[in-house]
Design a protein around this ligand. Structure first.
Ligand SMILES: Cc1ncc(COP(=O)(O)O)c(C=O)c1O
Length: 389
């Protein structure tokens, strides 16, 4: 699980200079939407500009940018580039998964209570279409989601659709253990990594999910309407939900596109969203993924863990505000639990002071990143103290 006390040598220095965040803004809300790094904005401006001069866009450019980014994301999750498809939203990735899973009436689909809707609605729909039973794991009183999920997996389980950590409060699920249980009973494991991949390690070789969908606009520091779908090799023979020209073999030969092909490009590419080449957003994703790979996810996690631990410890000691215990929480993610609930006027007070957090379910998410300074945290506590006094 997440080490709560990483050594100083493992930490990264503050990187606020890489972002366009005014001093007076305390943006503790990466779980909502990350700011784009300046270098990614510059890459995007250049990418958008290419469309001003379309004669400069050659057929090879439809492939080169996306293959670089495919490889970058693959490296982040220890996959092969062939195992990654482009999916502009988690809902799109999960639609690809759900379209390729056959269930019967006697089977179940397992999700978590209060899970993010894009990893719930596709499964409710599959349950409706097949007669399978949709099961929502109740929130455990001790925050041990892993035990609660493992308890429900049995020979009737057809699909287990989970995040790596709960989007409301960072509650962690041991996906390696869940993956093993899924393989034991032949269930399909579908993971939404949007609130973890980029800040919390994900290794497809160890977890072995069937599908992993990740939206890029949070912890990947990437653009909106952009993301990825990892598809396990055993699932790569499936039928995509749409049929676009570039996914078929020999699509590099534009003149030859009139010769329709039955075969797809290798691996997961058949699941690529149409117009995946995206000359404006692809360079943005590329620049952001490069930053993350330079920092490395273990060092990022160690740094963010130090920050969230400090906030959690102070909140408990100074204000009696609780959170998921460190051993059961993803280190980069914090949800504060106020005794008696979140005071109704608190979100407004925070916003008025330019302290940005978000309320989801019963928790107030505080999700800092490398742009977060000690002064940001002091501003948060100043508002909390004055509101709760
Ligand atoms: C856990 C999680 N998954 C996915 C998303 C975004 O879903 P989509 O890409 O389908 O809009 C969010 C956004 O808040 C999220 O928190």
């Amino acid at each position: 699980m997440t080490p709560p006390h990483p050594p100083d040598s493992a930490l990264l220095p503050n990187q606020r200079h890489l972002f366009d965040i005014p001093d007076e803004v305390a943006f503790l809300n990466c779980a909502y939407m990350s700011p784009l790094p300046k270098v990614s904005i510059a890459a995007g401006v250049q990418g958008l500009g290419r469309k001003a001069q379309p004669w400069s866009i050659a057929p090879g450019d439809f492939f080169s940018g996306s293959e670089t980014v495919r490889a970058r994301f693959a490296a982040l999750i220890n996959a092969r580039p062939d195992d990654v498809a482009f999916a502009p939203a988690v809902s799109y990735g999960m639609a690809q998964a759900a379209a390729n899973i056959a269930l019967t009436k006697t089977q179940t689909i397992i999700t978590l209570a209060e899970q993010f809707p894009s990893n719930v609605y596709p499964w409710m729909d599959l349950a409706e279409r097949t007669g399978a039973r949709f099961v929502s794991v109740l929130r455990p009183g001790d925050d041990d989601w892993t035990a609660a999920v493992l308890d429900l997996i049995d020979s009737a389980t057809g699909v287990v659709a989970l995040p790596h950590c709960h989007w409301t409060d960072g509650g962690l699920i041991d996906l390696e253990a869940v993956g093993k249980a899924c393989r034991r009973v032949g269930a399909v494991l579908c993971v939404d990594g949007t609130q973890s991949v980029g800040a919390f390690p994900f290794d497809v070789q160890r977890i072995d999910p069937d599908y992993l969908a990740v939206a890029s606009y949070k912890w990947l520091l990437g653009p909106y309407s952009f993301g990825f779908l990892y598809v396990a090799p055993r699932r790569q023979g499936g039928r995509p939900i749409e049929h676009n020209w570039i996914a078929r073999r020999a699509s590099e030969d534009f003149a030859g596109l009139v010769n329709y092909r039955h075969e797809f490009h290798e691996g997961a590419r058949r699941f690529d969203v149409g117009e995946r080449s995206n000359f404006a957003l692809m360079p943005v994703a590329d620049a952001s993924l490069k930053l993350i790979s330079d920092w490395t996810v273990p060092r990022l996690l160690a740094t963010l863990t130090r920050r969230t631990e400090e906030i959690a410890t102070r909140a408990r000691a100074e204000l009696r505000i609780e959170s998921v215990p460190s051993a059961r929480r993803a280190g980069h993610y914090l949800g504060l639990r106020f005794p008696g609930g979140i005071p109704t006027h608190l979100p407004g007070r925070l916003a008025a002071e330019n302290v940005h957090v978000s309320v989801r379910g019963a928790a107030m998410r505080v999700t800092p990143h490398l742009w977060t300074t000690d002064a940001d945290v002091e501003r948060l506590f100043a508002v909390l103290r004055s509101t709760l006094a």
